[in-house]
Design a protein around this ligand. Structure first.
Ligand code: GLC
Length: 463
């Protein structure tokens, strides 16, 4: 019996039940991870990414021109060709409509940068097979549109100018290439598989990955997706991982490079796991991961989808991922004209205002050492950061409120609020149960205020 994946678990990165992540034994443990030959150690390669903590995900392509609409329905996005059963020839006609005259890579990158993001991961090709870069291996790319410009080149250059890492999303599944198999079941008759050779598709995939890792300078992450069909095997995943590392020894590769295997996989591929639309309940100690999450309901642009999470909720998600030791890849689906939806811009700006004050509690930090506390936290060397969203209530007329820090064993050298530009010291008492910090009666930030605690040495917390 071949081993079958549950797609969701598979996306996250592994066949091991997530609840069964026993420390020390799991193949995703950093030390035990399968590694291709290459000069850089995993820790060296991942150093910038662990420091960065926060990136922008961009889903953009031909589907953006449809804005989610087909026939009577208005709830589609980047899956529209498959979900609405759009025949290939009809979908190809969208090439003539892709003309994002308002696209400005520097504007996108500065929106990300001002939000406090340190990297940008963009769809170079989604499942529909359309390449947003100038690929010599297909006519189904941006060169064949009225726009013609190589979007990846402009994004890579803008990122370099502004000091962000450029990362490529690339779908293995391809609904356009004649050699990709399987066909969607609804198009089996109109697109017969006669003559299709998957091995030729794999060569094409390698060719495009080679273009992406050769023509645009240093790439931060190769972020594969669409790996769950049984034609894509574990061995193919290994070869593709190796290809990436050979072309760019320092590149980081996500776990969705992994392929199907007839037996449970013991040598998982990729450098980090990719939970989708969720933050894992307790984080995964010893494992690198990045939660990718949409701002509204869809990854690709849908003009009817105004169901955006409030900025406070997005800041909460960023705090939650950091406090559990992961990265957050927050998605924007740009419009076909090359602009971001207003709602996305407003949210990026609100996150940026919060990050400008509190970013030092996110970048380069590790997971909260507290087993249970009335706040989320991150750690960094001799410092702890406490994210207080439920500000303690002040007794009538009181000049301060008490924040209990349960289990803290190391004496606090200094306690301050990151939102206080003067960094006035907060009173702090050590008790048998931990510490008690006296805060002003009102929260400085309506969403989440950060208390920074400094110590003489790395703090100890009883769990
Ligand atoms: C899924 C979807 C896809 C989206 C991705 C983001 O795999 O197929 O549309 O790009 O997740 O994580």
């Amino acid at each position: 019996m071949p081993y079958r994946f549950d797609r969701r678990t598979f996306l996250q990165g592994g066949t091991a039940g997530l609840g069964a992540l026993a420390l020390g034994a799991h193949p995703w443990r950093r030390a035990a991870r399968w590694a291709a030959a290459g000069p850089a150690s995993t820790d060296d390669r991942l150093a910038w990414w662990r420091e960065a903590r926060f990136g922008l995900f961009l889903h953009w392509g031909l589907y953006s021109t449809l804005a989610g609409e087909w026939g009577a329905r208005t709830d589609y996005a980047e899956w529209i060709r498959n979900s609405a059963h759009i025949p290939l020839a009809e979908y190809e006609r969208l090439l003539g409509r892709f003309n994002p005259t308002r696209f400005d890579a520097d504007r996108w990158v500065s929106l990300a940068k001002d939000a406090g993001m340190r990297y940008v991961t963009i769809t170079t090709k989604h499942h529909d097979g359309f390449a947003l870069f100038d690929s010599k291996l297909t006519g189904f790319c941006v060169r064949a549109t009225p726009f013609r410009r190589d979007i990846m080149r402009e994004m890579a250059d803008a990122c370099r100018r502004q000091g962000l890492r450029m990362c490529w999303y690339h779908s293995i599944m391809d609904w356009h290439h004649p050699d990709y198999l399987p066909r969607r079941d609804w198009e089996a008759e109109t697109r017969p598989v006669d003559g299709a050779r998957y091995a030729r598709f794999v060569r094409y995939l390698h060719g495009q990955v080679t273009e992406l890792l050769t023509n645009y300078g240093d790439v931060g992450v190769m972020w594969f997706d669409g790996n769950w069909e049984e034609t894509w095997t574990h061995e193919m995943g290994k070869t593709l991982y190796e290809r990436c590392r050979t072309l760019q020894p320092s590149v980081i590769v996500n776990n969705r490079v992994e392929g199907w295997s007839p037996a449970p996989i013991t040598d998982h591929l990729g450098d980090f796991r990719t939970p989708e639309q969720e933050v894992p309940a307790t984080g995964w100690p010893g494992v690198d991961w990045e939660s990718c999450i949409t701002m509204n309901r869809n990854w690709g642009y849908n003009s009817h989808d105004h169901d955006f999470k409030p900025a406070a909720r997005l800041i909460g998600l960023l705090v939650e991922t950091a406090s559990k030791g992961g990265n957050l890849l927050l998605n924007v689906g740009p419009r076909a004209d090359g602009t971001f939806p207003e709602e996305s811009v407003e949210r990026l700006q609100a996150i940026g205002r919060w990050m400008a004050v509190n970013g030092s509690a996110i970048y380069g930090t590790t997971a909260s050492p507290f087993a249970s506390a009335p706040f989320r936290a991150t750690a960094q060397g001799n410092r702890l950061f406490l994210f207080v969203t439920d500000w303690p209530t002040a007794a009538c007329g009181a000049t301060g409120v008490e924040l209990r820090v349960p289990g803290l064993r190391t004496p606090v050298r200094a306690a301050t609020l990151l939102a206080d530009p003067d960094r006035r010291p907060l009173a702090c008492a050590t008790t048998d149960a931990g510490a008690v910090v006296t805060l002003p009666p009102d929260a400085p930030d309506a969403v989440c205020s950060v208390v920074a605690l400094e110590f003489e040495r790395p703090p100890e917390v009883a769990r």
